[in-house]
Design a binder for this molecule. Sequence first.
Ligand code: GLC
Length: 542
Amino acid sequence: MENPDLQHSATPLWWQTGVIYQIYPRSFQDTNSDGVGDLAGVIQRLDYLSALGVDAIWLSPFYRSPMADFGYDISDHIDVDPLFGDLTTFDRLLAEAHQREIRVIVDYVPNHTSDQHPWFIESRSARNSEKRDWYIWRDARPDGGPPNNWLSLFGGSAWEWDPHTGQYYLHTFLKEQPDLNWRNTLVQNAMFDVARFWLDRGVDGFRIDVAAAIMKDPELRDNPVNPEPRRSRFGTEWDQYLHIHSYRHPEIHGIYRDFRRLLDSYGSERPRMSIGEVDYEDMEKWIRYYGESLDELHMPFGFHLLHARWQSDNVRRIVDTVEGNLPEGAWPNWVLGNHDEPRIATRVGLRQARVAMMLLLTLRGTPTIYYGDELGMQNVHIPSEQARDPWGKNVAELGRDAERTPMQWDAGPNAGFCPSGSAPWLPIADDYKLRNVAAELENPRSLLCLTRELTRTRRSSPALQLGGYRSIDASADCFAYIRQVEDQTLLVLLNFANGARPISLPHLGSGRLLVSTELDSRGPVDLSSIELRPNEGWLVQI
Ligand code: GLC
């Protein structure tokens, strides 16, 4: 099949062809019986990840931290929190992962530190502290109120009064997470040194936390009122404003160009990468993070499907829009879950979770799998007295504990997450006896086996790894697309409905079914007359 508008990249890099797997270290594997996962636990499970067929792991923060926001409040960027292990264990993790050809991406949190970080302790010690300007300090308004109307995402004003020095400091998140002042070049240098520290140790890349927030309006002007607050996501006071002055000041791009130069300076033999957490609602602004000459982030995260209405035409529209807007050469990526969002299996249902996995692993671009999504782990109801997430303690519905519960390894005590007799930091899902790695490995049609089948197929398929993407009309409720390189053409058919759907694509002739999400059939198919079962997806070679 010839189609000139299907393009592919000639020099693929590991982060383009690979599958990323996100590990939330607290919840993956506890080896020292404190109920919290640790780096030794990740090492213990590397063989599992190898067999799962992932090419890179992204570790959420494991740095020294008072844990007000579970590690996203860092008090020492260049050490491991004792809860998770130490630098020696990290080095061992890196070496063992690399031995298995698994790359390691670590979290980089540039926007803020912990209020316990020595930089902030120094900064708040006096108005004339040499580090005063490392954070964003301002006088009160004449009425004593905060300097402007900016809000903290986690609730309330983004300004905290410091009685000792008589000024406010800015915190986009918790008051325990003061924002760094990236306009100060000493801060830039210090944070670039943090990146160098991990690059020198051998990490393969960074996931950049709230990447769009680090540069604010230099005049700190009030944010304007949002004319359409009801169309916003959170249902809190946050929705009442357009956060245009507190986020995404255009000067941010200069910083990411410098950051890219830093990554590139590590050479092309083992290329390092960056993937940034950037809001995606405004396509034009999202794309800018690739850089005008593709010289900024390797990828801004592709969150476009995270909150999408789960209907075939809507998902198709979103994928087509992203594909249609990406600048030439910009590499896409897709995410269906992370530690801040409801589990995909809860959002779309367990049966559609299989279709979602096929979608994620067959779209063009780098997929990120959130730990446990390969099992169909679901949101776990956490009673309010057991809530741990500070956001959830503030606004119950926005709590993120539900998607951070311990990985379900087996049907034994604590699902194999922590040794018997220890208490996991969050409750384990009720369904763990049925839904766990051991049980799913024994069931040849489990979601885990489907995920493994898809990563295996993807690895051996140039069309899936590098091919162009083009959606086609198939049938109501079905999203269909073609992935193609010169000598391989694959067709993906995804039935979003809970009923069977006939499909007729006579112009595509006949093909060979490589993977059905039901994992019970393969072989020749006549594309002029097929029927997808309810919630079924097909990957077909044509
Ligand atoms: C990012 C993280 C989130 C954290 C926040 C503040 O959005 O993903 O978990 O709470 O940044 O660091």
